[in-house]
Design a protein around this ligand. Structure first.
Ligand SMILES: Nc1ncnc2c1ncn2[C@@H]1O[C@H](COP(=O)(O)OP(=O)(O)OP(=O)(O)O)[C@@H](O)[C@H]1O
Ligand SMILES: [Mg+2]
Length: 248
């Protein structure tokens, strides 16, 4: 159960190899942190899950089923997706942003809004912001609304693509702690993309470190990567991260 990427590769139409023969798993009810430098194929791997990207080779298996046979639209509605900067609809209020997917899934507007209020509370946002537009929120609030929006349809799977990158380090640590608290309560299968190894170690039950060129450098727990780095690339990537946190 959970998500399995089985020997997946993706070459885009212009010939760019984004992901090269990667196999890894995201265990059910756990957080997998997908980490690597810019262009190492993280977003491509993430988008293979909800079929925004189709692999050229290999397959993605979700809860035991090849996702290739699943309806892409239904799949996207059943999987929460948090984009960088929250990915909110600018001309809809906070409440309507959160209520959107439940309504697409057939909930009545009134019911969806009532549900959205509950989710707002779940991510510890004040009810008073419900009628604001995204541009009227702080960066941290926008990120929280993004998380609320992804959770509103109560998906088993939550895909998060560098969701906390755009905020300052203190707000960011707060959001990370919120996510850990939330995850201990809701136990979703989370795939969390970041380029920050410290964030990956902090949030991930497992960590997959990608190498430039879209190959997997190492998959394991933070402890395993730290104690038994697969090679000098892994070692260097980890020590660069630790150096950064000391400088902060
Ligand atoms: N639609 C596309 N067409 C062509 N090349 C693409 C496309 N999308 C991504 N790429 C290329 O594929 C490679 C991997 O991209 P991807 O977005 O998966 O990386 P990433 O690890 O998420 O990077 P970042 O940390 O910058 O978000 C990059 O070289 C990128 O330029
Ligand atoms: Mg990306």
């Amino acid at each position: 159960m959970g998500i399995a990427w089985e020997s997946v590769s993706k070459r885009y139409d212009d010939g760019t190899v984004a992901v090269d023969n990667v196999s890894l798993v995201a265990e059910e009810h756990r957080t997998l942190a997908l980490v690597g430098s810019s262009g190492s194929g993280k977003t491509t791997l993430l988008q293979m899950v909800n079929r925004m990207v189709t692999p050229n080779a290999g397959r993605v298996v979700i809860h035991g089923k090849d996702n290739h046979g699943m309806n892409p639209v239904a799949l996207r509605r059943s999987i929460g997706y948090v984009l960088q900067n929250g990915g909110l609809l600018p001309n809809r209020t906070v409440l309507d942003n959160i209520a959107t997917v439940p309504m697409l899934l057939g909930m009545k507007r009134k019911e969806a809004r009532a549900h959205a209020l509950e989710v707002l509370d779940e991510v510890r946002l004040e009810e008073s912001i419900k009628d604001r537009y995204p541009s009227e929120l702080s960066g941290g609030q926008q990120q929280r609304v993004g998380v609320a929006r992804a959770l509103a349809a109560n998906p088993d799977i939550l895909l998060m693509d560098e969701p906390f990158t755009a905020v300052d380090p203190i707000v960011r640590r707060g959001l990370q702690d919120e996510l850990l608290r939330l995850q201990s309560e809701i136990g979703k299968t989370i795939v969390f993309v970041t380029h920050d190894i410290d964030e990956a170690f902090y949030l991930g039950d497992h960590v997959a470190l990608m190498r430039p060129g879209g190959t997997l450098a190492q998959f394991g727990t933070a402890r395993e990567l730290i104690d038994q780095p697969a090679d000098s690339f892994v070692e260097t990537f980890i020590s660069a991260g630790c150096l950064r946190s000391e400088l902060r």
